[in-house]
Design a protein around this ligand. Structure first.
Ligand code: SAM
Length: 447
């Protein structure tokens, strides 16, 4: 029996070290893949932006050590470094363009406030979604002459476009505004190209306001067929752009295990990533994973042994789904370059407001903003950045023309960060809309 047990253990270890599905199959959408033996963790370039425009229309011990280095307290740490909004929450306004079946725009009052003091002749919403933010911004700024809405998801684009159209037209379809509104099915990384396509002069002059409300909309999560939902069974898709070739299913069933582990660890910040990586790779032997329910079952079976209860596996599943979604849509790589493009598109005095929903995104927004205002701040670690922010901070309350929502600014060569600490939603908003609980708003202004 002992020999049999040893043999079984040896077989298990060999299994864990063996590239199960890679010996004869080249993983789909994994361009850097050559041979498993030569594989190093690398960032696959997997996301092709939508082109259709619709204008007007490792070893185990290392693994264990690494898993300990992913502290869940990152979030509670970053919560301390925030400013909770003191703006009175306007529930009626939040629900006006959203509602229960659609998407409720997050931190709407705070976003509107960011742009109140500047004449907003031109505005770009990089994440149109259900157009809740866009419609409210258009209503709040009758001086607006050009509006641009961008969404990489054609379904979201259609919904957002319909909302904008009904706002700008009467019941008979006649225009009730002179605003020139353009919407595009594009990745926001193409903002420069999009604005240039509308009017090169607008690009030369620069736009007055840009916003990004990152992540998924409720419409996307609630549609099980998109594969974003932990609780509803659907295909393992998770593409925001349905024309993109890479799906979560491809990653789970064909990516090399070290890459799979890397995304669970780095994009999901999942401490149990190594066990999950092995389980997912093992599932390939019996046909692989093809539905969100199968993936959730695997997570449930893995989590129940380590952490008890529904909350345990739901949190793990949320982190795993986050990791897959980020990888499928190449979200983090796109974000940094897109923030820089957005800033480049701003005119003098123009503002860029960004709402992020997890610490990885927020870190990129914070670092990139610092980088933008003064390139010497590049490559600083988190503590250095905090010191850098502290040393160059200007106390907002000392400025004569100060706007109430601005607490502390950070001035650079090219612009000013207007939110030294990110602004987070009011408790009232968090109660109404659970999705808002992780939201952080950061704002930068160009000189
Ligand atoms: C949180 S929703 C925006 C909701 C919107 N602010 C509202 O009030 O209804 C985010 C939207 O951004 C889109 N999106 C995510 N990443 C994108 C990208 N890289 N380029 C363009 N759109 C993107 C998603 O498809 C989704 O519709």
């Amino acid at each position: 029996m002992a020999v049999a047990a040893l043999a079984a253990d040896a077989a298990r270890k060999l299994f864990l070290q063996t590239p199960l599905s890679f010996s004869s199959v080249r993983p789909r959408n994994f361009p850097h893949f050559r041979s498993f033996a030569s594989l190093r963790p690398r960032r696959p370039n997997v996301f092709s932006p939508t082109v259709a425009a619709a204008a007007g229309g490792s070893s185990k011990s290392t693994a264990k050590k690494k898993s300990k280095s992913i502290p869940e307290k990152v979030d509670s740490e970053s919560l301390k470094r925030r400013t909770r909004s003191v703006k009175e929450f306007d529930e009626e306004a939040a629900l006006r363009f959203g509602g229960t079946t659609s998407h409720i725009p997050v931190m709407l009052g705070e976003v509107l406030e960011v742009f109140t003091s500047i004449p907003l002749r031109s505005f770009v919403d990089c994440t149109l979604g259900g157009a809740g933010h866009s419609c409210s911004m258009i209503q709040a700024h009758p001086e607006m002459q050009v509006y641009v809405g961008i969404d990489v998801d054609p379904v979201a684009h259609e919904k957002g476009q319909a909302m904008i159209n009904s706002l700008l037209h009467d019941d008979l379809g006649g225009p009730i505004s002179n605003l020139k509104a353009y919407t595009f099915v594009k990745n926001f990384s193409n903002i420069h190209h999009v604005i240039n396509e509308i009017d090169n002069n607008l690009l030369i002059k620069g736009v007055d306001g840009i916003m990004m409300d990152l992540g998924m909309s409720s419409m996307q999560v609630n549609n099980a067929e998109r594969g974003f939902s932990v609780l509803n069974d659907g295909p393992l898709d998770m593409r925001m752009n349905p024309k993109a070739s890479l799906t979560a299913e491809d990653i789970l069933n064909t990516w090399p295990e070290v890459e799979l582990g890397r995304i669970l660890r780095d994009y999901g910040e999942e401490s149990n990533w190594y066990t999950l990586q092995n389980k997912i790779v093992k599932a390939r032997l019996t046909g692989g994973l093809h539905s969100t329910r199968q993936l959730v079952n695997l997570i449930q079976n893995t989590s129940s042994r380590t952490r008890g209860g529904r909350q345990g596996w739901i949190k793990t599943a949320t982190r795993v789904f986050q990791a897959l979604r980020i990888a499928v849509n190449d979200e983090l790589n796109t974000l940094e370059s897109s923030l820089k493009s957005c800033f480049n598109c701003l005119g003098h005095g123009g503002r860029l407001a960004v709402i992020s929903f997890h610490s990885l995104e927020d870190r990129i927004v914070k670092k990139t903003f610092l980088n933008i205002i003064e390139s010497s701040s590049i490559n600083k670690d988190d503590d250095e950045e905090e010191r850098c922010l502290d040393s160059r901070e200007i106390d907002g309350n000392n400025k004569e023309e100060e706007e109430g929502w601005i607490k502390q600014r950070v001035r650079g060569i090219n612009g000013e960060i207007l939110t030294k600490r990110p602004i987070t939603p009011t408790e009232e908003e968090e109660k109404l809309n659970r999705r808002s609980r992780s939201a952080k708003l950061r704002v930068i202004q160009k000189f």
